[in-house]
Design a protein around this ligand. Sequence first.
Ligand code: ADP
Length: 491
Amino acid sequence: MTMTAPAGLDVSAELTDGTHLIGGQWVPARGGETIDVINPATGDLLLRVPRGRAEDIDAAVRAAEDAFPAWRDTSPTVRAELLYRWADEISKHEQTLDQLESMEVGRPHWGPSPLPGMVTYFAGQADKLTGMTLPTHGPNTLAMTLREPYGVSGCIIPWNAPAPLMVADVAPAIAAGNTVVLKPAEDAPLTPLLLAKLAMAAGIPPGVINLVTGYGPEAGAALPLHPGVRRMSFTGSPETGGKVMEACAKNLIPLHLELGGKTPQIVFRDADLAKAVPAIVRSITLNTGQICAAGSRVLVEPGMRDDLVAAVSQEFGKVRVGPWYERVDMGPLINAKQERRVLGYLDIGREEGAEVVTGGHKLSGEKFDRGFFVEPTIFQRVTPDMRIAQEEIFGPVLSVIDYTDEAEALEIANGTKYGLTAAVWTSDVGRAVRLAKRVQAGQVYVNTTGFRGAIGSPWGGYKHSGFGRSMGVAALEEYTQIKTVIIDGDG
Ligand code: ADP
């Protein structure tokens, strides 16, 4: 069996080797160096992208500054129209985008694309941003607030879901009249490059979306420090988020942070297990667990633990693992660093005294040897203080933790530094409501894990999972600043 990806998508026909987008031009890095982007299932080279550095970020920020006044002054109706056209281009290229993301992330097809709907959501909002009129002391005075864009917005995104994460930042930013410099992750910059190309094809003017590829400590670090950047958003690890926050502090600019998670799945005796079990399994195996909202902790009463673990374990057995282009449910981890991290946590879990129910190893064999494949793994008898119960693993590793009653379940659920999402599985409505109010998380799901079930639901974290909200009305507003105008008509 060949381990190369099927010939369905010729990446170099979609994107030009070694170029990124600055001021509407596809250009190489000023230093001329490139980074290899590889297929994590096979190790094959997909494309070379520029190794951008501070000088490339500087050029992109200048291009975004130049484009800003005209874009700010473009009628919001026209901005909306251009975003609708971008959504059309994305729809036309949906399969290509999906396949490209699979190739660079290693993820099998995960359902209908959310991208066109995400863009049209913000297109629809572009011409509905309003301010207020304010009461005044005198009859000849008029006072109002205006919502104005910041100017150049810097966005840094990770590799785990590059297309939705790019759209979640860029669409509200430009809908509100900002221009953008985006730095995608070095492991998965191809889908963002194609999305930027489609934005150009849709007629979004040059310089409104600029995209610089490069490594985090080089291109990424330069972006929040640039004096031309007026606002930042960052999605990624808490460690790097902290560094970006320090840079924003030096530059005195606002920041939106989307960081990690340790989602609890709190299961009660009265839960519908036929519904809960497949959802729990999908939540930790989707994208090979490399999702900040992955449901990595199952909280269960000891009396039902064995039944639940048996059912989850049986469902784990059905998860087909392999390269994305075969009929599989779970692909590889993104890179060797991530594989070391996940295998390290498997060792830590054993050393801490947790019990492996299923999985626990790297996968080997012809199909797996060139990629970063690990077994989906369940640990039980995990205690809340163990590292595998506290730290984000970013892999398909589920920790089953016992609780004695609802109060303790809540305490365990809230007992990590994170607070991104949480799920409650019960048929008791009162309990569901109580927990939904008390769980510290930006999104709480009752008898579901599906954030795609709602349209425009604000997305973001409590505690160390970050601050600010992407998606929803709040996202567009976050990309604006409020100006008060007072007009004195006397004299
Ligand atoms: P990971 O360790 O999984 O790659 P990161 O949070 O480090 O996760 O990466 C998320 C994004 O942050 C990527 O685009 C990466 O290039 C970028 N990045 C990494 N280090 C820095 C940094 N020091 N400053 C700004 N961006 C960075």
